[in-house]
Write a protein that binds this ligand. Sequence first.
Ligand code: ACO
Length: 378
Amino acid sequence: MTLCEYKPGLEGIPAAQSSISHVDGQKGILEYRGIRIEELAEKSTFLETAYLLIWGQLPSKEELEAFEHEIRYHRRLKYRIRDMMKCFPESGHPMDALQASAAALGLFYSRRDLHNPVYIRDAVVRLMATIPTMVAAFELMRRGNDPVKPRDNLDYAANFLYMLNEKEPDPLAARIFDICLILHVEHTMNASTFSARVTASTLTDPYAVVASAVGTLGGPLHGGANEEVIQMLEEIGTVDNVRPYLEDRLQRKAKIMGFGHRVYKVKDPRANILQSLAEQLFEKFGYDKYYEIAQEVERVMAEKVGSKGIYPNVDFYSGLVYRKMGIPTDLFTPVFAIARVAGWLAHWKEQLAENRIFRPTQIYNGLHEVTYTPIEKR
Ligand code: ACO
C-alpha cells in the first residue's frame, strides 16, 4: 500500500464510492441520482426526492402514495419521548435536543436486523416521520406550551409549519418550505454525511447514525452557519455599514458566515434558488430590510474575495427565507436536519450495501520512550 500525503480535513480524499449525489464545484452543478437540483426544485416534492435518494429511483405513483401514507401515520411522538423532552432545559440548543431525542428513539428499536428490507424501511419511515415532530415539540415546550399534534390531512412541509406555528400555513409558504427541504436533503461527502457513514460502518443502529450526524451538522462551520448569517446581518444593521464591517473582518482574517465552500468555487446553485424563493416570499408577505443588506454583502464579497472562489453557499439566503416564515433563528439548523436526515439514511443504506468499517490511519508526531515522572517531581 502506498502512503498518501496527509491532507488536513481529508481535502480531496475519497471516503466512499457513491451514486447518491454529485457536485461540480467549478460549474455550480448539483445532481441527485443524476437529476439537476433546479429540475427537482421545480417539479418534485421533498418526499419524492427523499425516495429517489434512498431507493435510487423516482417512485411510481403507487410507491410514492404508499411512502407518503406511511410517513403521515408515523408522525406522532411516543409519550415517553415527549415526556423526556419536557425535562430538557429550555435554554438548551434545539440541535442538542434533537440529537438526544433521535438517539432516544433508538432505545425503542434497538434490534439490528440491518439486512432486512422491512427493518430498513421502518427505520427510514420512523426517523423521517418523527424528526419534524421532535423539532416542533421542543420549540413549543420551551415556550411553555403543549406540543401540537401532527395533522394527518397536511403534507410533510405544511404539517411541520402547522405544528410549529399552531396554524395552517399559507400554501405558498408551505410549497417554498418543501423546496427548501429538497435543497438541503443531500450534498455528497460533507462532514455530517461522513460522520453518518463512519457510524453506519460499525453496524450500529440507524438512530445512532442519525444522532451522530445531527451532532456534526450543528457546528458553525457546517449547518450552524445559517444562524450566524442572520446574526451578522443584524449586527451590520444598515446597507452603509456593509463595506466597513466586511473590510474590518476580512482584514482580521475572520470568516464571513454563509460564504465559501470546500467544493464550490462559484455561487452555490442552492443559494441561487433560495434567493429567488426569498424574493417570492417578500413579494407576497412584505419586504425584509435584511435582504437589501444581504445583497450588498454579496456584492462587496464578490469584489473582495470572489477571485479566491468565495461566494454565497446554501446557508446565506436560507435564513432569510426561514425568518420570513416565522421560524426562530436557532431552529434553522434543526430544519436543515429535518431535510438532511433523508440524505443521511440514503448514505446509511449505501454504506451497508458494501460495508467496511472506517479505520483510517494517522501520522504520529508525538514522543517515544518517555520515562514516567512521579507526581511529586512534576
Ligand atoms: N469568509 C472569508 N474568507 C474565507 C471564507 C469566508 N467565509 N471561507 C474561506 N475563506 C478564505 C480563507 O480565509 C482562506 O484564505 P487564505 O487562503 O488567504 O488563508 C481561503 O478562503 C480558504 O479557506 P479554508 O477555510 O481553508 O477553506 P475550507 O475549504 O477549509 O472551508 C468552509 C470551507 C469551512 C465552508 C469555509 O469557507 C467557511 O468557514 N465558511 C464560513 C462558514 C459557512 O458558511 N459554512 C457553511 C458551509 S455550507 C454547509 O456546510 C452546509
